[in-house]
Design a binder for this molecule. Structure first.
Ligand code: MTE
Ligand code: MO
Length: 553
């Protein structure tokens, strides 16, 4: 044992273990875990397609993060936050796998027990997913068992390479490095006195190389298999939306201010902000998609996509906003949505007295609690299938989502929606409302300066300003700007589409030369000004005036 090692033997150990051995031990761990994870993903794809072990772990981590950290990630990485998260997760897994590989060669079973622990964590994570059944456990279990078996295999090869395999006993020594006496090793034909040249070394390295190659090839194949997503993209491309029974009116003359650098009146789909908790965009097969209505209803009803598309569809512009939008932020957009009024579907089911909330649920387990009233009054609350003349993009909820004018997305805009449960606020809560956000989420009146950008230096002493203002479902009646806390001046408003959409505005200020603070504020359709009270995004949306600093000459 190492503790009793006498000096000459210790010297042999140091000399005989090649520097690269630790790296190869780590590589063995990484290959073992990679192959295990791939096998687990394939198993999951076969027996429980809705739950992937890797994204389940990632999703569980995301769910467990405090809202402040999530907000931080959103503002740091924007829409690429998921890709960054997945990459970080892969790196963390690889580092842990490498550590398990090294640990296992130092002391048998330490790495294997580590992997087993991860298997348990993976199993727990899949069970937290909304779509999980007992079958979902197969993925992490297969992943962990295969990784453990492979790690044992690599450890044996590794120890054999470094000369600790004891053929008499048939298993390797308890600890490495424990190289035995050089003279013993020389008697084994498999071992050369120089471990860098032994056949055992070649055999170990080959095993790592072959395993790595298999991991890459099967990994790519598995990714291809997983892209049933591709099939669904195809189905989406082939889907022909019916003409609306009630088309949106043409944009009014002058609604779009022909000013550069202001957000366009209608946000193109490719530029529309995306916010959701899904690590991988949920793929929902339009042929099997159904929307169920249950809960406090006279009779449960269910509608599939064909039936939905056969309904008289309405088309309307609605501005969607995220509660996580900072003052001046870009998590807001305006699109032309095509869909069927939610109130019609609720009427088919027959809402019972006493209900005051509709809990909508998506395939990925996200839920939103919307006031029943917002879905039964005359506003354009719809089950949307189209966005700006196309089927919903996959990341915006294909094949169907909710759009409810006037409410932040977290309490209304469920994407990939599959059920509506009529219930009461006293009985149920939506996803974010159990995580520090409020139950109700009316969109606060807000305005934003798009041009000039904050910090710009101008060569003139007059400033041409432009931006957008929104108070969905209340409308915007007035926008004002001011410099350095002076008197407010009215901006010119675009014609506007409806009270459910934002308006563009433009204004001119002549604050003189120097450095200036420019502010904007909006008034809703009832003449109510937006508040100057500064509030953070949590729990019910940011408020305060968007303020920029300019230098004029
Ligand atoms: N299934 C699902 N739907 C969801 C979410 C989600 O995380 N999952 N996020 C909501 C939030 S917080 C917002 S702001 C809107 C954003 O919709 P968009 O990504 O189409 O802009 O979707 C809502 N619908
Ligand atoms: Mo949101």
């Amino acid at each position: 044992m190492r503790a009793q090692t006498d000096e000459p033997r210790a010297a042999v150990q140091r000399a005989d273990i090649p520097r690269s051995a630790g790296i190869w031990a780590a590589a063995g761990g990484i290959v073992s875990v990679a192959l295990g994870v791939i096998a687990g993903e394939l198993t999951a794809a076969a027996v429980s397609p809705a739950v992937s072990p890797v994204t389940a772990v990632g999703g569980a981590v995301i769910d467990a993060l405090p809202p402040a950290v999530k907000e931080g990630a959103i503002s740091l990485f924007g829409t690429s936050d998921k890709l960054v998260f997945l990459i970080v997760m892969c790196i963390v897994i690889a580092v842990l796998a490498g550590a398990a590989g090294i640990a296992e060669t130092r002391r048998r079973f330490t790495g294997i027990v580590g992997i087993a622990a991860f298997g348990v964590i993976g199993a727990a994570a899949v069970l937290t997913r909304a779509q999980a059944s007992a079958a979902a456990l197969a993925g992490p279990v297969v992943a962990a068992l295969l990784a453990m078996a492979l790690l044992a295999f690599y450890r044996n090869r590794y120890q054999r390479w470094l000369g600790v395999w004891d053929p008499a006993v048939g298993h390797s020594a308890d600890r490495t490095p424990d190289l035995g006496r050089p003279s013993d090793r020389a008697t084994d034909p498999d071992r050369a006195t120089d471990p860098d040249r032994s056949p055992a070394r070649r055999s170990f390295l080959q095993a790592v190389g072959v395993g790595g190659a298999v991991a890459v090839v099967v990994g790519i194949a598995a990714a291809a298999v997983r892209s049933t997503a591709v099939g669904i993209a195809q189905a989406r491309a082939n889907l022909v939306l019916p003409a609306p029974a009630t088309p949106a009116a043409a944009l009014p003359e002058g609604a779009e201010l022909a000013l550069p650098h202001i957000a366009p009146l209608v946000t193109p789909n490719a530029d529309f902000y995306r916010i959701d908790t899904a690590l991988v965009v949920p793929t929902v097969n339009p042929d099997s998609w159904k929307l169920k209505v249950n809960g406090m209803v006279d009779h449960e009803v269910e509608i599939d996509l064909r039936a939905l598309l056969a309904k008289p569809l309405v088309e309307n512009y609605t501005t969607l906003a995220c509660v996580s939008n900072e003052v001046g932020g870009s998590l807001v957009g305006n699109a032309k949505w095509l869909g069927w009024p939610v109130r019609e579907l609720l009427a088919m089911a027959g809402v019972q007295p006493g209900a005051d909330m509709v809990l909508s649920r998506s395939t990925d387990g996200f839920t939103a609690g919307t006031p029943l009233e917002a879905m039964t009054d005359q506003r354009n609350a719809i089950i949307a299938v189209g966005m700006n003349g196309e089927p919903l993009p996959q990341e915006h909820g294909f094949p169907a989502r909710l759009v409810v004018p006037g409410l932040y997305g977290f309490v209304s805009a469920t994407k990939w929606v599959t059920s509506l449960t009529v219930t009461r606020f006293a009985d149920e809560k939506g996803y974010w409302s159990t995580r520090g956000w409020s139950d109700h989420g009316p969109i606060k009146t807000q305005s934003r300066i798009d041009t000039p950008r904050d910090g710009t230096s101008l060569k003139t002493d007059t400033v041409a300003l432009g931006g957008v203002a929104w108070a969905p479902h209340r409308g915007i009646s007035k926008v004002q700007v001011r410099a350095d806390g002076g008197s407010w001046q009215d901006a010119v408003l675009g014609a506007g589409i409806s009270k459910d959409t934002w308006v563009q505005w433009t204004a001119r200020l002549a604050p003189g030369t120097g450095q200036h603070q420019i502010q904007v504020r909006a008034f809703d359709g009832g003449g109510e000004p937006q508040t100057d009270q500064v509030a953070p995004v949590v729990p019910d949306g940011a408020s305060g005036y968007h303020t920029i600093t300019l230098q004029t000459a």
